[in-house]
Ligand binder design. Structure first.
Ligand SMILES: C=CC1=C(C)c2cc3[nH]c(cc4nc(cc5[nH]c(cc1n2)c(C)c5CCC(=O)O)C(CCC(=O)O)=C4C)c(C)c3C=C
Ligand SMILES: [Fe+2]
Length: 434
């Protein structure tokens, strides 16, 4: 019982079977260490063996079944086909932490994030009975689920605390107050953000939890959001999902595989004086509560006028099929067919000087309001863009005129600079501090 098998993956281990093999090795190791198996994972053997026996093969452009490449020109989790689940968290750097602490943590996070996206446990010394396990264990036996872990930095990280003021990306300033904002600081901002997306909610949660564990003493968690259903497609291959208002959402989103569109609207380019930030993007998060009790009492015709689309098919009110181009000039009886205050009219690139963003949001729920009994939930809106001004312009128009405003409230907000992808051997600490 004193011998604990080494479950750390060999550096050159690769190939389609890697993730499943690694999880199986964790199982084997735990199985061999009876005390650990009993204490930490219980009767996990049978469960793990069950999960390990199958693979959906739903690979999303990664290096193995259900894996997405961690390194590359851009971070994963932006152009990546939207996974089904989200765990999003923000953190502030703790009062006593130094720049060296932060840099070291970002290096540790890089290794952990890379391992987890490959379906491996957080690297460490598993089976050591005298230290807490490096990996918390709840993803053992699960498939990697196309996990992506995307990091972002808030404007406050570039204040005077860590010597980063000279490296602040030029667009990274707190978003201004926007029309109809009703923001709660408890759902807003943060020095850093982590977006973990996966097709399995436990895999996404496990990723954030383990990064949080590694950050003990350096970062303080600020807020966290779980997303239970994607509300966008980021490739035409994906079926368009429905949001909690029952409408298809993401029909006219940017196609993440369209390099020209991504370059024009999403990736930070040569216009950015901070060279290190080029190839990155800006992430805007908005927690948007839907007033579902009001929406559910609204008649179908009005619901369709709010968006400018048919609820059943997702087609524009001027068309027949979902992907028909909306005709914003069409009139009937002197009135616009797509009303003047319809959501898609106000948000469409045709009516905003060609401006576009990549939407990558999720439905969320916070349960039931204990005082009113109302459902608390809505859209955790996430969008990527090359300049925050794109969001500011759109939201200024929507906040003033959108018919949807009767049924929603913006209750949380964040702006983060998402650095570009990591090259081989590079880590987030070196990339940020230079
Ligand atoms: C500031 C940007 C946007 C916010 C905030 C926003 C909130 C929001 N949207 C929906 C539902 C739908 N949005 C749709 C289209 C759409 N929305 C935005 C931007 C924001 N939405 C854009 C740029 C577009 C594309 C417009 C176009 O080019 O036609 C649609 C229609 C289907 C689609 O194309 O995706 C729906 C439905 C909700 C429920 C919501 C806040 C809760
Ligand atoms: Fe929208």
């Amino acid at each position: 019982m004193t011998d604990t098998p080494d479950i750390t993956p060999a550096p050159d281990e690769a190939g389609p079977e890697r993730a499943a093999v690694s999880r199986r090795r964790l199982l084997g190791a735990v199985g061999a260490g009876a005390a650990v198996a009993g204490a930490a994972l219980g009767a996990g053997g049978a469960v793990l063996a069950h999960h390990d026996s199958g693979s959906s093969g739903a690979d999303a452009a990664g290096s193995g079944p259900q894996t997405v490449a961690f390194r590359g020109v851009h971070q994963a989790g932006i152009a990546t086909p939207s996974q089904d689940r989200l765990c999003f968290a923000t953190f502030d750097v703790g009062p006593g932490a130094t720049a060296a602490d932060l840099r070291e943590l970002l290096k540790t996070w890089t290794a952990a994030a890379e391992a987890m996206t490959l379906g491996n446990p957080v690297p460490g010394n598993p089976g050591d009975l005298y230290t807490p396990p490096e990996d918390t264990g709840e993803a053992a036996g699960l498939q990697p689920g196309n996990l992506t872990i995307t990091i972002g930095y808030g404007p406050t990280l570039f204040d005077r605390r860590f010597g980063l003021a000279g490296r602040r990306p030029s667009g990274l300033v707190k978003l201004p107050h926007l029309p109809k904002d009703n923001l709660d600081p408890a759902n807003s901002d943060g020095d850093l953000c982590v977006q973990a997306c996966a097709d399995d909610p436990q895999v996404a949660f496990h990723a954030v939890r383990n990064l949080r564990r590694l950050a003990f003493g350096t970062l303080v968690p600020r807020w966290m959001e779980l997303g239970f259903g994607r509300t966008s497609s980021t490739t035409p291959q994906q079926a368009t999902p429905r949001n909690l208002m029952g409408f298809k959402d993401g029909t006219r989103n940017i196609d993440g595989t369209d390099a020209a569109l991504m370059g024009a609207h999403v990736w930070i380019g040569d216009e950015e004086p901070q060279r290190w930030a080029r190839g990155g993007s800006y992430l805007v998060s908005r927690k948007i509560r839907m007033l579902m009790e009001q929406w559910d009492r609204d008649r179908l015709g009005d619901q369709q006028d709010v968006f400018g689309r048919f609820k059943s098919t997702g087609a524009p009110l001027t068309g027949k099929a979902e992907f028909d181009t909306p005709d914003f000039h069409a009139k009937s009886g002197g009135q616009y067919v797509i009303p003047a205050d319809a959501h898609i009219r106000l948000a469409a690139h045709e009516n905003n000087n060609g401006l576009r963003i990549l939407r990558r949001g999720y439905s969320y729920t916070d349960g039931i309001d204990p005082e009113t009994g109302d459902l608390m939930g809505g859209l955790f809106f996430i969008a990527f863009m090359k300049s925050p001004q794109q969001f500011i312009t759109l939201q200024t128009a929507l906040g003033q005129h959108d018919a949807l405003n009767e049924y929603i409230q913006h209750i949380g907000s964040g702006l983060f600079a998402v650095p570009p992808g990591l090259a081989a051997g590079q880590d987030w600490g070196t990339q940020l501090f230079g």
